[in-house]
Design a protein around this ligand. Structure first.
Ligand code: COA
Length: 139
C-alpha cells in the first residue's frame, strides 16, 4: 500500500470522489475552489489501484486544518483503509505545525471519526439535505 500527496487534484481522486459522492451518495456539488488550495492524498492498494482519497487545507474561518472529502471506494471498505489515509493526513498536518483538525462529518459516519479520536462539537446542520456535524481533534 502507498499514499501519495498531490498539490493539484489528481485524476484518481476525481474518479473516486465522483463515484462515491456524486454517483453513490447523490450530492450535486462535489468539486469546488477548495480543491485548488488543498493538498490531496490518494491511497493505492498493493496492486497499484487507487482505493481511497481525502483532502486537507487550512481554514481561516475555523482557524485550524480541515480534512474533507474522505472516501474509500466500495470494494475496499471495511479494511481499515479509511483510517490509514486519515492518519497519514494527520501526520502531514502535524508536520506542517498545526495541532488541531476539524472535519465536517456526515452524521451517519460519525462513529468512523470517533474511532479516530474526533469529538462532536456544536449542533447538527444540513449540507445538501444531508445531516452533518462538526468534529474536532487536538493532535
Ligand atoms: N458508518 C459507521 N462507522 C463506520 C463506517 C460507517 N460507514 N465506516 C467505518 N466505520 C467505523 C467502524 O467502527 C470501523 O471500525 P471496525 O473496523 O471496528 O468496524 C472504523 O470506523 C474504521 O473503519 P475503516 O475500515 O478504516 O473505514 P473504511 O476504510 O471503510 O472507510 C469511510 C470509511 C467512511 C471513508 C467509507 O465508508 C466511505 O468512503 N464511505 C462513503 C463516503 C463517506 O461517507 N465519507 C465520509 C464523508 S464525511
Amino acid at each position: 500500500m502507498e499514499i501519495k500527496k498531490y498539490t493539484n487534484l489528481p485524476d484518481e481522486a476525481k474518479r473516486i470522489r465522483t463515484e462515491v459522492f456524486l454517483d453513490e451518495q447523490k450530492f450535486s456539488v462535489e468539486f469546488d475552489e477548495i480543491d485548488d488550495i488543498a493538498a490531496h492524498l490518494v491511497l493505492f492498494d498493493d496492486n497499484g489501484a487507487a482505493a481511497g482519497v481525502c483532502r486537507y487545507f487550512f481554514s481561516e474561518e475555523k482557524n485550524c486544518c480541515m480534512i474533507g472529502r474522505v472516501a474509500v471506494d466500495k470494494a475496499h471498505r471495511g479494511q481499515g483503509l479509511g483510517s490509514v489515509i486519515m492518519l497519514e493526513a494527520e501526520k502531514l498536518i502535524r508536520e506542517d505545525g498545526y495541532s488541531k483538525i476539524a472535519v465536517s462529518a456526515q452524521c451517519r459516519v460519525s462513529p468512523f471519526y470517533e474511532s479516530l479520536g474526533y469529538k462532536k462539537t456544536g449542533e447538527e446542520y444540513l449540507d445538501e439535505y444531508c445531516p452533518h456535524i462538526m468534529m474536532v481533534k487536538e493532535l
